[in-house]
Design a protein around this ligand. Structure first.
Ligand SMILES: NC(=O)c1ccc[n+]([C@@H]2O[C@H](COP(=O)([O-])OP(=O)(O)OC[C@H]3O[C@@H](n4cnc5c(N)ncnc54)[C@H](OP(=O)(O)O)[C@@H]3O)[C@@H](O)[C@H]2O)c1
Length: 245
């Protein structure tokens, strides 16, 4: 059987990279994207021949168009899409300025919206789209107002798309990670001490007694991308070790 081809936005580090590694180990081919060339080069050198990568800033419509053209030229069609590229910058509500608002919404929501829209013609029938949202949608965390709004917007979008895209055989489901140890924390503007306290808190209070790792999320994403979840629509799988219980 031909290997299924999956696009992973933001597949260079953290959760996206772990999913790329896992999917390849399960006989898929992956196309990863990222914004930073050094990260893309390192990821591709680790992933080997079943991975292809493109630099593409998901907040830019022009770059999404270029990405889609490259994928179409090289692969013609794809079997699935993991909408994963995302950023988080720690800021309380009162200090969230227009720049941070736009940056977060443009990467996490606008980028996701138009990546999905423009990849629709390449998605096979049937195919699967998985959105990476977050537990912040249903459990309030301070200093995440615009980030939370961007993830809530994604979850609302999923519902509409499951109705609009059903006749194309496209289904949309979500993975909702809890606090997961990844490079996102170091990029967040939090101090080393604050990051260490956050990870310690979730390690000690979680029913699993440790922090969630990107490798915990990968098999769940594979399930949602595979035919094993063919009849699921708009499901959200919370992967947080029970920490929001
Ligand atoms: N870690 C958590 O606690 C957690 C919890 C819930 C949900 N999530 C979600 O999981 C997703 C992945 O996060 P992560 O924790 O794995 O963090 P990460 O290691 O920082 O990964 C983020 C990925 O997105 C890419 N990216 C960022 N901005 C981009 C842009 N403008 N265009 C294209 N790619 C871009 C990054 O690429 P480069 O850095 O190479 O540019 C990287 O590959 C995010 O959507 C995040 O919101 C994370």
């Amino acid at each position: 059987m031909k290997k299924k081809i999956i696009v992973i936005t933001g597949g260079t580090t953290g959760i996206g990279f772990a999913c790329a590694e896992y999917l390849i180990s399960e006989e898929y081919k992956v196309i990863i994207t990222g914004k930073t060339k050094a990260n893309l080069d390192i990821a591709l050198s680790k992933l080997g021949n079943n991975a292809t990568g493109f630099l593409s800033d998901t907040s830019s419509i022009v770059e999404i168009d270029e990405l889609v053209l490259k994928i179409k030229t090289q692969f013609k069609q794809i079997d699935g899409l993991f909408v994963n590229a995302g950023i988080y910058k720690s800021a309380n509500f009162l200090s969230t300025d227009e720049e941070l608002f736009d940056q977060t919404m443009n990467v996490n929501f606008k980028g996701a919206f138009f990546t999905i829209q423009k990849l629709i013609p390449l998605l096979k029938n049937p195919s699967s789209i998985v959105l990476n949202t977050s537990v912040v949608v249903f459990k309030a965390f301070a200093n995440t107002s615009v980030y939370t709004a961007s993830k809530s917007a994604l979850e609302s979008l999923a519902q509409v798309l499951n109705v609009e895209l059903a006749n194309k055989g496209i289904r949309i489901n979500m993975v909702s990670p809890g606090v997961t140890e990844s490079p996102i924390q170091k990029k967040s503007g939090m101090t080393e001490e604050a990051i260490s306290n956050l990870l310690k808190h979730f390690s000690s209070t979680s029913p699993i007694g440790r922090i969630v790792k990107p490798t915990d999320i990968a098999p769940i994403v594979e399930f949602l991308l595979s035919d094993k979840s063919l009849v699921l629509r708009n499901e959200k799988i919370i992967v947080d070790g029970g920490s929001t219980l």
